[in-house]
Design a binder for this molecule. Sequence first.
Ligand code: DC
Length: 238
Amino acid sequence: MGTVGRVVTIDGPAGVGKSTAARGLAVRLGWFYLNSGALYRAVAWNASRLRLDPAGPDDRLEAARDLAERIRFELDDDGLTRILVGDAVPGDALLTEEIAEGASMVARDQSVRDVLLPVQRGAGRSGDVVAEGRDMGTVVFPDAEVKFFLDADIVVRAQRRFLEYESKGRSISHEEIIVDIAERDERDRTRSASPLRPAGDAVTIDTTDLGAREVVERMIEHVASVIAGMGAEVEENR
Ligand code: DC
């Protein structure tokens, strides 16, 4: 492997606050933020660009291979990672329901996962990385210095999604969201390709009663103690 510096992984189910925590941690540490879910979304986006069907195994593999050749990462003004595919910036187009649906289909395909593996490992180049997803600590970065697994009560996770949707002007009931999240959890945990589960050496944080800041604080504390144990210090950007 050997392509990156120090790595913190954050895995967990939908709506648990992974992205907020990972972004917060990456900005505080000044480390590269890898949002692996965005890569699966980018495969679905690329399939649509190339008029390929994410439901078809040959098509989604072609979309993934093409993406792996073209993808680049840049830092945006907030110090966060922006994905470029050739000269195009998919941006918010990755956040639509249609793309989420396509991403969920392509993510179940082991050949697609194999194509994205070196992309993920190479994403931070030689820098330090905060990697967020479902299999960061188990498959992509098994040797990560620090691994977190976030979990939370499903009702609370659904409520967070609800507020997210509401802020984007979308109306969807709590019940629909709970059913949707429960189905996604079940699919993610039981699929044969990289099922969602905590790595054996992951620290689990239950975010049910924690705000985003508190989650980041706990993570920073733990990361700092592990890094101190390695004889180094974390430098923080505040
Ligand atoms: O976290 P997200 O909604 O952006 O993820 C998009 C899809 O990709 C979702 O179906 C879960 C899947 N995924 C995955 O299988 N492995 C990852 N490391 C990250 C996301």
